[in-house]
Design a protein around this ligand. Structure first.
Ligand code: PCA
Length: 204
């Protein structure tokens, strides 16, 4: 069966008026369709909202049934590609893009404390660094929307052949190429991440 990749990015949220990850998801999907013609590439832009954001991601996974789910978001603390290793079952009381606080204290009441990504994190970091791109693994995806979406996706994308993970990019990419990573590098690195996931074998 043809491998299927679902790529997501986010819309704006308080403090980040232009979220580069939303634009990036569309661009990387277009570039991936050219680079990997045998792969079905789907893209979704998630509202940075406690209920609609997590729901939209879960629905896209149910609809697309991807073999690889790659979520992208931005962080003001990221100085390159930050590959998240895990998500925790917690939400910070912080307003979302619609100005709403989380309507729940836990993402999934009764759910495990943490879920580990199935992304080949170490391989991705090594490959990005080998291309001269700044990249690091992280054990802290925060407790905001990025963490919530990753937590829900790791629960939804539990089929054995599914790889699901989250990559934070520098928020400064919205302003252009002045930060630690240029937009061209972000695109090249994003394609490399997809290539590593496709090489994992379990998605062929
Ligand atoms: N970053 C936020 C949510 C959306 C985004 O791009 C986060 O790190 O949780």
């Amino acid at each position: 069966m043809k491998p299927t990749v679902l790529i997501t990015g986010f819309g704006p949220f308080p403090g980040v008026e232009v979220n580069f990850s939303g634009l990036f998801a569309v661009r990387i999907a277009a570039a991936a369709r050219r680079r990997f013609p045998g792969v079905a590439i789907h893209v979704a832009r998630l509202p940075t909202e406690w209920e609609r954001g997590t729901e939209r991601a879960a629905q896209a996974i149910l609809r697309v049934k991807p073999s690889i789910v790659l979520h992208f978001g931005v962080s003001t603390a990221a100085a390159g590609f930050v590959i998240e290793r895990q998500a925790v079952n917690a939400c910070m009381a912080h307003a979302d893009g619609a100005g709403m606080l989380p309507p729940f204290a836990l993402i999934e009441p009764g759910g495990p404390k943490r879920r580990l990504t199935s992304l080949p994190v170490h391989r991705i970091v090594t490959r990005l660094q080998a291309r001269g791109l700044p990249a690091a693994a992280s054990d802290d995806a925060g407790t905001y929307l990025c963490n919530a979406v990753l937590y829900r996706s790791l629960g939804a994308a539990s089929a054995p052949a599914t790889i699901a993970g989250f990559v934070h990019l520098p928020a400064s990419l919205a302003a252009g190429d002045d930060g630690a990573l240029t937009r061209a590098q972000a695109l090249a690195g994003g394609l490399e991440i997809i290539a590593v996931c496709l090489e994992q074998g379990c998605v062929a």
